[in-house]
Design a protein around this ligand. Structure first.
Ligand SMILES: [Fe+2]
Length: 155
């Protein structure tokens, strides 16, 4: 059954398309942050081990919210790694890098997501999908907060 919420079919699919990219980015970043939680070494081991755990745990909640938002708009949430990689603007990390490189890599990914979210928020505003615009704004703010923490370790 299609949602009758004042948005046309085309408008709904526009938002679903952007939300699918957001879902894919969050998944790639989640997996990467979890990998860094497992493999971090060095003098900040325990601190970064815990920080990364905290970050991937909240990313996991975001992932669930994004997938459910897609469903709320009448879409289907993709769920294979292949599809996530295809739709994401982020690259997976298959190397074993040191703690500073991990921080830089994560910061870089969060910043890329933030920049793209600004575009998606504008797209949602243009079609008056205020729910999605507001939802994406809260995700953007969470990435800004995570970026701020990562940046503090690097400055
Ligand atoms: Fe763990």
């Amino acid at each position: 059954m299609e949602p009758k919420i004042g948005l046309t079919k085309e408008e709904l699919s526009k938002s679903i398309k952007d939300l699918t990219v957001v879902l894919s980015n969050e998944m790639i970043l989640y997996v990467k942050t979890r990998k860094f939680h497992w493999n971090v070494t060095g003098n900040s081991f325990m601190e970064l081990h815990k920080l990364f755990e905290n970050q991937y745990s909240t990313l996991e909640e975001t992932i669930d919210d994004v997938a459910e938002r897609i469903s709320e708009l009448g879409g289907k949430a993709i769920g294979t790694m292949k599809e996530f990689i295809k739709h994401s603007i982020l690259e997976e990390d298959s190397n074993f890098i040191n703690q500073n490189e991990m921080l830089e890599e994560l910061l870089n990914d969060h910043e890329k997501i933030i920049i793209q979210l600004r575009k998606f928020i504008k797209n949602a505003e243009e079609i008056e999908d205020v729910g999605t615009a507001d939802f994406l704004t809260s995700i953007l703010m969470d990435h800004e907060s995570k970026s701020w923490i990562l940046r503090k370790y690097l400055s």
